[in-house]
Design a protein around this ligand. Structure first.
Ligand SMILES: *[C@@H]1O[C@H](CO)[C@@H](O)[C@H](O)[C@H]1NC(C)=O
Length: 181
């Protein structure tokens, strides 16, 4: 009967979308050392850039910022260095922000609350080009984070668990899809 074959067709489409568009990852910003997006602890002012460097971001991945009485801004390279912007490219202060990394290249994040960025609440996210694998000799980092090999390896417990959405969605489709085929 036509109904179930129609459904299989729908699921086939969803499958191919998932497969050809890749599965996007949502990253929870921050390490166990921080409660989401906040002023870093004094001993680890680089915590967000450290976190960023441990992860690989691709186009259409999302960053999830959880925070209280703070804000998230995306600014230009120059504004990042100055720790401020009057006209950010992106601004949110709802406490719960999901940002889509919608292009390859660099994104500059900082807190819009006075003084927070100066204390380290900022980070650079590098989104990999879809086509080319990461270049081996890229040293586009902000410079000030190359020094101290601060050995806080314990907190390397990055929140790398975030394939949830894509993976669970995929399994769900698999199960539902097979019921109809
Ligand atoms: C990212 O998402 C947009 C909108 O959904 C889509 O048009 C684009 O093809 C996607 N890019 C990649 C690399 O998946």
């Amino acid at each position: 009967m036509g109904n179930s074959s129609k459904l299989s067709l729908i699921f086939l489409c969803i499958f191919s979308l998932l497969i050809f568009h890749g599965v996007c990852t949502e990253f929870e910003v921050g390490e166990s050392l921080t409660k989401g997006w906040e002023v870093p602890p004094l001993k680890r002012p680089q915590v967000y850039n450290d976190w960023a460097q441990k992860n690989r971001f691709k186009v259409n991945d999302t960053l999830h910022f959880k925070y209280k009485k703070d804000s998230v801004m995306v600014v230009s390279d120059a504004e990042y260095s100055k720790c401020g912007s009057s006209q950010p490219l992106f601004f949110a202060n709802t406490g719960d922000t999901t940002f889509v990394l919608d292009r390859p290249g660099l994104f500059y994040f900082l807190s819009g609350v006075a003084g927070h960025c100066q204390r380290g609440q900022k980070m650079i996210i590098k989104v990999l080009d879809v086509e080319s694998p990461p270049a081996p000799g890229d040293d586009q980092q902000s410079g000030d984070d190359t020094a101290a090999p601060d050995t806080d390896k314990k907190s390397g417990a990055t929140h790398n668990n975030n394939n949830k959405i894509g993976f669970v969605g995929f399994i769900f489709m698999l199960i539902v899809g097979f019921n109809f085929i």
